[in-house]
Design a protein around this ligand. Sequence first.
Ligand code: ATP
Ligand code: MG
Length: 260
Amino acid sequence: MHTLADSSIRPLLHIDAVDVHYGAVQALFGVSIEVRAGEVVSVLGGNASGKSTTLKSVLGLVRPSKGRIVLDGKEIQGLRPADVIDLGVASVPEGRRVFPDMSVRENLLLGAYPRRRDKAAVAADLDEVFQAFPRLAERRSQLAGTLSGGEQQMLALGRAWLRRARLVCIDEPSMGLSPKFVDAVYEVLFRWKDAGQTILLVEQNARIALELADRAYVLQHGHVVLHGRAADLAADPAVQEAYLGGEGPEMVPAPNGQDA
Ligand SMILES: Nc1ncnc2c1ncn2[C@@H]1O[C@H](COP(=O)(O)OP(=O)(O)OP(=O)(O)O)[C@@H](O)[C@H]1O
Ligand SMILES: [Mg+2]
Protein backbone atom coordinates (compact mmCIF):
# COMPACT_ATOMS: atom_id res chain seq x y z
CA MET A 1 0.00 0.00 0.00
CA HIS A 2 1.21 3.53 -0.70
CA THR A 3 1.97 6.22 1.77
CA LEU A 4 0.46 9.60 1.25
CA ALA A 5 3.87 11.23 1.21
CA ASP A 6 4.57 9.38 -2.01
CA SER A 7 3.09 11.95 -4.32
CA SER A 8 4.75 10.38 -7.33
CA ILE A 9 2.10 7.66 -7.35
CA ARG A 10 -0.77 8.47 -9.65
CA PRO A 11 -4.08 8.35 -7.80
CA LEU A 12 -6.55 5.70 -8.87
CA LEU A 13 -9.23 8.40 -8.95
CA HIS A 14 -8.69 12.10 -9.44
CA ILE A 15 -11.67 14.41 -9.29
CA ASP A 16 -10.03 17.48 -10.71
CA ALA A 17 -11.58 20.94 -10.21
CA VAL A 18 -15.11 19.78 -10.97
CA ASP A 19 -18.14 22.06 -11.24
CA VAL A 20 -21.63 20.55 -11.42
CA HIS A 21 -24.79 22.47 -12.23
CA TYR A 22 -28.38 21.32 -11.92
CA GLY A 23 -30.02 23.74 -14.32
CA ALA A 24 -29.32 27.18 -12.94
CA VAL A 25 -28.23 25.84 -9.55
CA GLN A 26 -24.54 25.17 -9.08
CA ALA A 27 -23.94 22.24 -6.70
CA LEU A 28 -20.15 21.81 -6.93
CA PHE A 29 -17.51 24.52 -7.21
CA GLY A 30 -14.06 23.37 -8.30
CA VAL A 31 -14.11 20.21 -6.20
CA SER A 32 -10.83 18.28 -6.24
CA ILE A 33 -10.45 14.91 -4.53
CA GLU A 34 -7.83 12.20 -4.91
CA VAL A 35 -8.16 8.54 -4.01
CA ARG A 36 -5.11 6.29 -4.17
CA ALA A 37 -5.30 2.54 -4.61
CA GLY A 38 -5.96 0.85 -1.28
CA GLU A 39 -7.13 4.04 0.41
CA VAL A 40 -10.42 4.80 2.09
CA VAL A 41 -11.28 8.44 1.44
CA SER A 42 -14.32 10.00 3.04
CA VAL A 43 -16.33 13.00 1.89
CA LEU A 44 -18.01 14.69 4.83
CA GLY A 45 -20.42 17.59 5.06
CA GLY A 46 -23.89 18.61 6.09
CA ASN A 47 -27.10 18.24 4.12
CA ALA A 48 -27.04 19.62 0.59
CA SER A 49 -23.28 20.26 0.73
CA GLY A 50 -22.75 18.29 -2.49
CA LYS A 51 -21.60 14.91 -1.19
CA SER A 52 -23.93 12.76 -3.29
CA THR A 53 -23.37 14.97 -6.31
CA THR A 54 -19.64 14.33 -6.00
CA LEU A 55 -20.21 10.57 -6.09
CA LYS A 56 -22.70 10.91 -8.93
CA SER A 57 -20.16 12.81 -10.97
CA VAL A 58 -17.75 9.88 -10.63
CA LEU A 59 -20.45 7.36 -11.54
CA GLY A 60 -21.54 9.22 -14.67
CA LEU A 61 -24.93 10.08 -13.17
CA VAL A 62 -24.29 13.80 -13.47
CA ARG A 63 -22.05 15.48 -15.95
CA PRO A 64 -19.52 18.07 -14.76
CA SER A 65 -19.86 21.44 -16.46
CA LYS A 66 -16.16 21.99 -15.81
CA GLY A 67 -13.16 19.94 -14.71
CA ARG A 68 -12.06 16.35 -15.21
CA ILE A 69 -12.61 13.00 -13.57
CA VAL A 70 -9.66 10.72 -14.15
CA LEU A 71 -9.73 7.01 -13.33
CA ASP A 72 -6.33 5.36 -13.53
CA GLY A 73 -5.15 7.91 -16.08
CA LYS A 74 -8.30 7.82 -18.24
CA GLU A 75 -10.72 10.73 -18.37
CA ILE A 76 -14.20 9.42 -17.58
CA GLN A 77 -16.28 12.57 -17.17
CA GLY A 78 -19.21 12.37 -19.55
CA LEU A 79 -19.13 8.57 -19.84
CA ARG A 80 -22.41 6.75 -19.35
CA PRO A 81 -22.92 5.07 -15.97
CA ALA A 82 -22.75 1.59 -17.54
CA ASP A 83 -19.36 2.41 -19.06
CA VAL A 84 -18.02 3.66 -15.74
CA ILE A 85 -19.19 0.43 -14.10
CA ASP A 86 -17.44 -1.53 -16.85
CA LEU A 87 -14.20 0.21 -15.93
CA GLY A 88 -14.39 -1.40 -12.49
CA VAL A 89 -16.29 1.12 -10.39
CA ALA A 90 -19.02 -0.17 -8.08
CA SER A 91 -21.71 1.88 -6.40
CA VAL A 92 -23.65 1.49 -3.18
CA PRO A 93 -26.16 4.31 -3.56
CA GLU A 94 -28.08 6.21 -0.93
CA GLY A 95 -31.24 4.35 0.03
CA ARG A 96 -29.71 0.89 -0.57
CA ARG A 97 -31.56 -0.25 -3.65
CA VAL A 98 -32.00 -4.00 -3.61
CA PHE A 99 -34.26 -6.12 -5.78
CA PRO A 100 -37.17 -6.82 -3.42
CA ASP A 101 -38.58 -9.86 -5.21
CA MET A 102 -35.28 -11.68 -5.45
CA SER A 103 -33.67 -13.61 -2.62
CA VAL A 104 -30.69 -12.37 -0.67
CA ARG A 105 -28.46 -14.86 -2.47
CA GLU A 106 -29.77 -13.84 -5.91
CA ASN A 107 -29.20 -10.17 -5.09
CA LEU A 108 -25.64 -10.92 -4.06
CA LEU A 109 -24.94 -12.93 -7.19
CA LEU A 110 -26.07 -10.00 -9.33
CA GLY A 111 -22.99 -8.21 -8.01
CA ALA A 112 -20.84 -10.97 -9.44
CA TYR A 113 -22.63 -10.99 -12.79
CA PRO A 114 -19.74 -9.45 -14.77
CA ARG A 115 -17.48 -12.32 -13.67
CA ARG A 116 -20.12 -15.05 -13.51
CA ARG A 117 -18.02 -17.46 -15.59
CA ASP A 118 -15.44 -17.60 -12.84
CA LYS A 119 -17.71 -19.88 -10.82
CA ALA A 120 -15.18 -21.08 -8.25
CA ALA A 121 -14.00 -17.57 -7.39
CA VAL A 122 -17.58 -16.29 -7.15
CA ALA A 123 -18.54 -19.15 -4.85
CA ALA A 124 -15.53 -18.41 -2.64
CA ASP A 125 -16.42 -14.71 -2.51
CA LEU A 126 -20.02 -15.53 -1.68
CA ASP A 127 -18.77 -17.57 1.28
CA GLU A 128 -16.60 -14.65 2.32
CA VAL A 129 -19.55 -12.27 2.21
CA PHE A 130 -21.70 -14.68 4.21
CA GLN A 131 -18.92 -14.87 6.80
CA ALA A 132 -18.64 -11.09 6.96
CA PHE A 133 -22.43 -10.70 7.19
CA PRO A 134 -23.84 -13.56 9.27
CA ARG A 135 -27.26 -11.89 9.15
CA LEU A 136 -27.28 -12.30 5.38
CA ALA A 137 -26.14 -15.90 5.65
CA GLU A 138 -29.07 -16.72 7.91
CA ARG A 139 -31.43 -15.02 5.48
CA ARG A 140 -29.91 -16.17 2.21
CA SER A 141 -33.20 -17.55 0.85
CA GLN A 142 -35.39 -14.74 2.16
CA LEU A 143 -36.78 -12.16 -0.29
CA ALA A 144 -34.70 -8.99 -0.11
CA GLY A 145 -37.83 -6.84 0.17
CA THR A 146 -38.61 -8.40 3.54
CA LEU A 147 -35.26 -7.44 5.09
CA SER A 148 -35.02 -4.58 7.57
CA GLY A 149 -33.44 -1.34 6.41
CA GLY A 150 -30.16 -2.21 8.10
CA GLU A 151 -30.11 -5.66 6.54
CA GLN A 152 -30.81 -4.17 3.11
CA GLN A 153 -27.83 -1.86 3.62
CA MET A 154 -25.69 -4.90 4.35
CA LEU A 155 -27.04 -6.60 1.24
CA ALA A 156 -26.17 -3.60 -0.92
CA LEU A 157 -22.63 -3.65 0.47
CA GLY A 158 -22.31 -7.40 0.00
CA ARG A 159 -23.44 -7.10 -3.60
CA ALA A 160 -20.75 -4.50 -4.26
CA TRP A 161 -18.18 -6.71 -2.50
CA LEU A 162 -18.93 -9.48 -5.01
CA ARG A 163 -18.09 -7.14 -7.85
CA ARG A 164 -14.42 -7.11 -6.79
CA ALA A 165 -14.40 -3.55 -8.09
CA ARG A 166 -11.27 -1.43 -8.25
CA LEU A 167 -13.14 1.41 -6.60
CA VAL A 168 -16.34 1.31 -4.57
CA CYS A 169 -18.39 4.48 -4.10
CA ILE A 170 -20.61 4.31 -1.02
CA ASP A 171 -23.22 6.93 -0.16
CA GLU A 172 -24.25 7.31 3.51
CA PRO A 173 -24.19 3.68 4.67
CA SER A 174 -25.18 4.72 8.19
CA MET A 175 -28.23 6.71 7.14
CA GLY A 176 -31.35 5.85 9.12
CA LEU A 177 -29.71 3.02 11.02
CA SER A 178 -29.70 2.48 14.76
CA PRO A 179 -26.27 2.73 16.43
CA LYS A 180 -26.06 -1.04 16.65
CA PHE A 181 -26.58 -1.42 12.91
CA VAL A 182 -24.19 1.42 12.14
CA ASP A 183 -21.53 -0.48 14.08
CA ALA A 184 -22.36 -3.71 12.26
CA VAL A 185 -22.15 -2.03 8.86
CA TYR A 186 -18.87 -0.32 9.73
CA GLU A 187 -17.40 -3.54 11.06
CA VAL A 188 -17.83 -4.90 7.56
CA LEU A 189 -16.34 -1.76 6.02
CA PHE A 190 -13.28 -2.16 8.27
CA ARG A 191 -12.87 -5.75 7.09
CA TRP A 192 -13.27 -4.68 3.49
CA LYS A 193 -10.65 -1.98 3.95
CA ASP A 194 -8.26 -4.48 5.56
CA ALA A 195 -8.73 -6.66 2.49
CA GLY A 196 -7.30 -3.76 0.45
CA GLN A 197 -10.51 -2.41 -1.09
CA THR A 198 -10.30 1.17 -2.36
CA ILE A 199 -13.32 3.11 -1.12
CA LEU A 200 -14.75 6.57 -1.68
CA LEU A 201 -17.20 7.00 1.17
CA VAL A 202 -19.77 9.75 1.60
CA GLU A 203 -20.94 10.17 5.19
CA GLN A 204 -22.69 12.65 7.43
CA ASN A 205 -21.65 10.64 10.47
CA ALA A 206 -18.20 12.21 10.62
CA ARG A 207 -17.17 10.45 13.80
CA ILE A 208 -17.35 6.95 12.40
CA ALA A 209 -16.24 7.90 8.89
CA LEU A 210 -13.07 9.50 10.27
CA GLU A 211 -12.32 6.31 12.19
CA LEU A 212 -12.49 4.25 9.01
CA ALA A 213 -10.96 6.64 6.50
CA ASP A 214 -7.31 7.26 5.77
CA ARG A 215 -8.07 10.75 4.51
CA ALA A 216 -11.12 12.95 4.31
CA TYR A 217 -12.51 16.02 2.58
CA VAL A 218 -15.09 18.33 4.08
CA LEU A 219 -17.63 19.91 1.73
CA GLN A 220 -19.58 23.06 2.48
CA HIS A 221 -22.00 24.55 -0.06
CA GLY A 222 -20.26 22.65 -2.84
CA HIS A 223 -16.72 23.72 -1.89
CA VAL A 224 -13.97 21.61 -0.33
CA VAL A 225 -13.23 23.63 2.79
CA LEU A 226 -10.89 21.21 4.55
CA HIS A 227 -9.00 18.07 3.71
CA GLY A 228 -6.29 15.98 5.23
CA ARG A 229 -5.52 12.83 7.12
CA ALA A 230 -8.59 11.53 8.88
CA ALA A 231 -6.79 11.41 12.23
CA ASP A 232 -5.73 15.06 11.89
CA LEU A 233 -9.25 16.15 10.96
CA ALA A 234 -10.73 14.21 13.89
CA ALA A 235 -8.36 16.10 16.20
CA ASP A 236 -9.10 19.50 14.63
CA PRO A 237 -11.17 21.68 17.00
CA ALA A 238 -13.04 23.28 14.08
CA VAL A 239 -14.06 19.86 12.77
CA GLN A 240 -15.01 18.69 16.24
CA GLU A 241 -17.15 21.75 16.74
CA ALA A 242 -18.91 21.60 13.38
CA TYR A 243 -19.12 17.88 12.64
CA LEU A 244 -18.38 15.86 15.75
CA GLY A 245 -20.83 17.60 18.06
CA GLY A 246 -18.17 18.97 20.41
CA GLU A 247 -16.81 16.63 23.07
CA GLY A 248 -19.77 14.42 23.83
CA PRO A 249 -21.04 11.34 22.01
CA GLU A 250 -22.75 12.18 18.74
CA MET A 251 -25.04 9.23 18.36
CA VAL A 252 -28.09 9.51 20.56
CA PRO A 253 -30.73 6.80 20.14
CA ALA A 254 -33.96 8.01 18.58
CA PRO A 255 -36.50 8.65 21.36
CA ASN A 256 -39.26 6.56 19.87
CA GLY A 257 -37.45 3.95 17.87
CA GLN A 258 -37.58 5.73 14.48
CA ASP A 259 -34.93 3.46 13.17
CA ALA A 260 -34.12 0.65 10.83
N1 ATP B 1 -31.41 16.33 -9.47
C1 ATP B 1 -31.24 17.53 -8.91
N2 ATP B 1 -31.85 18.62 -9.44
C2 ATP B 1 -31.66 19.85 -8.90
N3 ATP B 1 -30.89 20.09 -7.83
C3 ATP B 1 -30.28 19.04 -7.25
C4 ATP B 1 -30.42 17.72 -7.77
N4 ATP B 1 -29.69 16.88 -7.00
C5 ATP B 1 -29.11 17.65 -6.06
N5 ATP B 1 -29.45 18.95 -6.21
C6 ATP B 1 -29.02 20.07 -5.36
O1 ATP B 1 -27.61 20.05 -5.26
C7 ATP B 1 -27.20 20.36 -3.94
C8 ATP B 1 -26.31 19.24 -3.41
O2 ATP B 1 -27.09 18.07 -3.28
P1 ATP B 1 -26.46 16.67 -2.83
O3 ATP B 1 -27.52 15.66 -2.96
O4 ATP B 1 -25.20 16.45 -3.56
O5 ATP B 1 -26.13 16.97 -1.29
P2 ATP B 1 -25.68 15.98 -0.14
O6 ATP B 1 -24.48 16.60 0.48
O7 ATP B 1 -25.57 14.60 -0.64
O8 ATP B 1 -26.90 16.11 0.88
P3 ATP B 1 -27.57 15.01 1.86
O9 ATP B 1 -26.67 14.92 3.04
O10 ATP B 1 -28.87 15.63 2.22
O11 ATP B 1 -27.69 13.72 1.13
C9 ATP B 1 -28.47 20.56 -3.13
O12 ATP B 1 -28.70 21.93 -3.02
C10 ATP B 1 -29.55 19.91 -3.97
O13 ATP B 1 -30.78 20.54 -3.83
MG1 MG C 1 -26.59 12.82 -0.22
